[in-house]
Design a protein around this ligand. Structure first.
Ligand code: GLP
Length: 262
């Protein structure tokens, strides 16, 4: 795991946007795994700026979103379909047929989930999977106790996740859908690279467990320790409970030095 600690959210966003931009410049038909939540919003804004000012081209990009609530239509104001359209897709030049988001209204859920997995494989697999992290260490909607080998399926959300998402539903926990379709932990682990973003002290414990704790289904993000190419980009506040902060900063500084001398 590569741990990049930045002083502020703005810097975290800049570093992660550069990682995505560089990958896209190398591979114009990049396959991106996308996340919702407040954390990646700044990344999407930075990519939109790069599109508008530098002509960063998304015309050949394919995207797969991690998850979607079950039981609300795609055009619901708080659906992840609406979120992605508002915060990213409507502002870049990506063809809508290239954007894949789990269909919460699919009747045959199991069949839909299998097809979602097959579509990812047919696209050549995910090149970079962007991830946020829940306070309890969940990724996508893979709540604690999710199988570390799980595939796309329906999950019931924990009380903590319902509460965390209530602000998006008019501050009403009751209004938050109780279930979601989510890529599995195994699906996420198949991505060629994972880019986990976290900001703020409320994520410090989850980051410490995920990065330095034991690998356990109790903290689904901890399985990323087994992923050969995961980059964790966090701000100082999210790094507060990490034990090896100095070492991670030293590794990053050395890498920057090597890159600038090479
Ligand atoms: C939800 C999403 C996750 C996201 C998490 C944290 O549970 N399904 O993909 O990582 O929220 O969101 P935020 O970035 O708003 O803290």
């Amino acid at each position: 795991m590569e741990i990049i600690i930045q002083p502020t959210y703005a810097k975290l966003v800049a570093v992660s946007a550069e990682i995505v931009r560089d990958a896209l410049l190398k591979k114009p038909n990049l396959v991106l795994g996308l996340a919702t939540g407040s954390t990646p919003i700044g990344l999407y804004e930075a990519l939109i700026r790069m599109h508008k000012t530098d002509g960063l081209d998304f015309s050949e990009v394919t995207t797969f979103n991690l998850d979607e609530y079950v039981g609300i239509p795609p055009n619901h104001p708080y659906s992840y379909h609406t979120f992605m359209e508002t915060h990213f897709f409507s502002a870049i030049n990506i063809p809508s047929e290239n954007c894949h988001i789990p269909q919460s209204t699919a009747v045959a859920h199991e069949e839909f989930c299998e097809r979602y997995e097959a579509t990812i494989v047919a696209a050549g697999g995910i090149d970079i999977q962007i991830l946020g992290i829940g306070k309890d260490g969940h990724i996508g909607f893979n709540e604690p106790s999710s199988s570390l080998g799980s595939r796309t399926r329906i999950k019931t959300l924990t009380q903590s996740t319902l509460e965390a998402n209530a602000p998006h539903f008019g501050d009403s926990v009751d209004a938050v859908p109780k279930m979601a379709i989510t890529m599995g932990v195994g699906t996420i682990m198949d991505a060629k690279q994972c880019l986990l973003l976290a900001s703020g002290e409320s994520k410090a414990a989850a980051i410490a467990h995920a990065v330095e704790g034991p690998i356990t289904a109790e903290v689904p993000a901890s399985v990323l320790q087994m992923h050969p190419r995961t980059i964790v980009v966090i701000d100082e506040a999210a790094a507060l409970q990490l034990k090896r902060v100095d070492y991670y900063k030293q590794v990053y500084a050395n890498k920057q030095k090597l890159l600038s001398s090479g």
